[in-house]
Design a protein around this ligand. Structure first.
Ligand code: PLP
Length: 394
């Protein structure tokens, strides 16, 4: 019940044990096309360039940033938690002239703050996180894409932690590039990073389009822009592999393709709105239950993600001892925290397969037992009653 990775949906685990097929087997390429179509629904977009990057979520982030950024490009990174710092770091590695704005951990940005920075910095790209698990906050994105376009910038969003549990409407919100991972609300393992790119974003990459010498044929067209610094994460090459040309690039992992495909099918079979409502319901029940344990919530609750909640570790309780007792005696994992919150809060997730009433109840009961044993004052059964009240009123 941590902030991810989470327990996989059993059907995703089953899909991953499907026998492997060759890279150009029609079953494989058929699944690739199907997976592209499924993720267009997941992302609520019509972008043809909707593919998987092999690797964990940060493979998706790196592919987008290393392909989009040329040394010296101005990039604006609004930072509201750990993963904003990651975007800053990767953009700097790509040689960008990175400008950051930030808010205290536990808060999000207003449109005015973003607009002011756009006016001051005049960036080519804005890179930001939708849901930062480090603080549990969900940055509202409506209006930001439009603002970026007004100021001539493209918008990239890391929605790894939020997709599937909170609304993410790529086309209506005019987001140019999005990357995610499977191991949060999508209920899969880490190791595949679905991404989607707007036609404008792809067009901007095309001057850097290049074909490896060993597979180039006469008549092939290439751009004359600066070569993208990574071969593995070269998006135009990856699009050539996923596109009609099927130009050879890396060997797409069949196992992760099955996994990513099954995660999308699981979400779409349930219905995106239903899945979001489910994350919201179990997230509310968990938060109300934690109130009943006499624990104080962290951060601006109006902007909390549906799928995760943070609470202050009470005075006099060793947060790491508590977590290890919960893990060893009850087989329940909850999250620690990073940076300015290190040692201050626990983070408890209700995401993907773990967003269920039984997991919420089991977690609250186990936490109650261990907290009482460690001397934390609380009213017995209040946590479960609070959660029951949320379920009864749903
Ligand atoms: C969890 C998370 C990641 C994870 O990245 P990995 O490379 O899969 O470990 C990335 N971004 C955000 C916003 C996250 O919450």
């Amino acid at each position: 019940m941590g902030p991810g990775p989470i327990n996989c949906y059993p059907r995703v685990l089953r899909a991953m044990s499907t026998p492997l097929v060759g890279q150009y087997d029609p079953v494989m390429t058929g699944y690739m096309n199907e997976t592209m179509a499924l993720y267009r629904h997941v992302f609520e977009t019509r972008n043809p360039a909707t593919v998987l990057i092999d690797g964990t979520s940060r493979a998706g982030i790196e592919a987008i940033l290393v392909s989009a950024i040329e040394p010296g490009d101005k990039v604006l990174v609004p930072i509201f938690g750990r993963f904003g710092y990651l975007l800053k770091e990767i953009a700097q590695r790509c040689g960008a002239d990175v400008h950051c704005i930030d808010v205290p951990w536990g808060e999000v940005f207003s449109l005015q703050q973003i607009e002011q920075a756009l006016r001051q910095v005049n960036p080519k790209l804005v890179a930001m996180v939708q849901g930062d698990t480090s603080t549990t906050m969900l940055q509202p994105l409506e209006g930001i894409g439009e603002l970026c376009h007004q100021y001539g910038a493209l918008l990239y969003v890391d929605a790894t932690a939020s997709v599937g549990g909170n609304p993410l409407k790529v086309d209506p919100w005019q987001i140019d590039a999005v990357s995610v991972g499977l191991q949060k609300c999508l209920g899969g393992p880490s190791g595949s990073a679905p991404i989607t790119l707007s036609p404008q974003f792809v067009e901007q990459l095309m001057p850097r389009h290049h074909i490896e010498a060993g597979i180039r044929e006469s008549g092939d067209h290439e751009g004359n822009g600066r070569r993208i610094a990574s071969n593995y994460f070269d998006l135009p090459m990856i699009l050539d592999y996923w596109g009609e040309k099927r130009l050879n690039h890396h060997t797409e992992s069949a196992t992760m393709l099955y996994s990513a495909r099954e995660c999308a099918l699981t979400l779409l079979d349930e219905g995106i709105d239903h899945a979001i409502a489910r994350h919201k319901l179990h997230g509310r029940a968990m938060a109300a239950g934690l109130d009943g344990l006499n624990l104080e919530r962290f951060g601006d609750q109006q902007h909390k993600m549906n799928n995760i909640v943070a609470v202050y570790i009470p005075q006099g309780i060793d947060g790491e001892v508590f977590r290890s007792v919960l893990l060893n005696d009850f087989h329940i994992e909850i999250g620690t925290s990073f940076g300015p919150l290190h040692g201050k809060v626990w983070r408890i997730g209700t995401m993907g397969y773990n967003a269920r009433q039984d997991t919420v109840f089991h977690t609250l009961m186990a936490m109650e037992a261990v907290l009482r044993r460690m001397g934390h004052p609380l009213t017995p059964t209040q946590a479960i009653n609070n959660a029951y009240d949320i379920y009864a009123s749903a």
